[in-house]
Design a protein around this ligand. Structure first.
Ligand SMILES: [Zn+2]
Length: 262
């Protein structure tokens, strides 16, 4: 059922539910990413303040609300709490809200919603460690295969996605080898190449160009932000965001672009 077909009150409730679920998901994945960085495979035990070690209560863990009410400080030690918590929660809420509003209650919406946790985890772990773990990428590839029968032309989607993935991997590998020679350092990591190939499964051959364009723009923004702080630049977050946006809005953007030439 599409979002527009819902009665207004139900549509508002559904939108609110999407945003709240997205915010909670962002909070959980953020916690998972931080545990991953410290060597845990899955978050276990109660959340604690990374500064004072105090166990956090329910009211310290309400997505967005706790951070805003406590003005970005720990309730127990008064130390600053990173803005990455509200930023991740807000972005995740917006992403799931966009999925709900554009796709309604459909299998396509469920596929896009399930893409969100592995993409968030990849983006956050790459942000912290400059490395992209294989597990979430395998999960994304599995998701692509799982939802394949739900698409109108599954075989076409399969070969187009596989062709786009193989082509983008080969092209970007060749380009990165040339860039490595010219720059005298690694330009694109192996993880970035694998992530591009996995995301190309979802975008297909036409969407992959759009994804790379969006990733380049978002990557330049991230680079400018991190340069100012003297930090190294991970490409994963920009790629994850571009892949998700292309899977969500790639088709209408491409249709609009092609209509300009008719
Ligand atoms: Zn504290």
């Amino acid at each position: 059922m599409s979002f527009r077909a819902l009665p207004p009150a139900l549509a508002a409730y559904f939108a609110l539910l999407c945003a709240l679920t997205g915010a909670c998901l962002g909070s959980f994945i953020n916690c998972w990413a931080l545990r991953c960085v410290s060597g845990q495979r899955f978050p276990r035990g109660r959340s604690r303040c990374p500064r004072c070690g105090h166990t956090l209560g329910v009211f310290d863990l309400i997505p967005l609300v706790s951070w805003l009410c406590l003005r970005g400080r720990c309730r127990y030690c008064g130390g600053p709490v990173s803005p990455r918590y509200p930023v991740t929660e807000a972005l995740s809420a917006l992403a799931l809200l966009a999925v709900g509003v554009t796709r309604g209650l459909t299998l396509r919406a469920l596929e896009l919603a399930l893409m969100l946790p592995p993409l968030l985890l990849l983006a956050l772990v790459d942000w912290d460690t400059m490395e992209l773990p294989n597990g979430p990428m395998l999960l994304l590839a599995g998701l692509f295969l799982l939802f394949l029968p739900a698409h109108p032309a599954p075989l076409t989607r399969l070969w187009q996605g596989a062709a786009a993935g193989a082509a983008v991997f080969a092209l970007m590998l060749a380009l990165s080898l040339v860039m490595d020679k010219l720059l005298g350092r690694e330009s694109l990591g192996g993880g970035d190449l694998k992530l591009m190939a996995v995301l190309a499964l979802f975008t297909g051959p036409a969407g992959v160009v759009l994804m790379l364009l969006a990733a380049s723009v978002l990557g330049l923004c991230t680079m400018a932000l991190l340069r100012a702080r003297g930090r190294a630049f991970p490409f994963g977050p920009a790629l994850c965001a571009a892949g998700f946006l292309t899977a969500l809005w790639g088709q209408p953007v491409l249709s609009w672009y092609l209509s300009l030439f008719r």
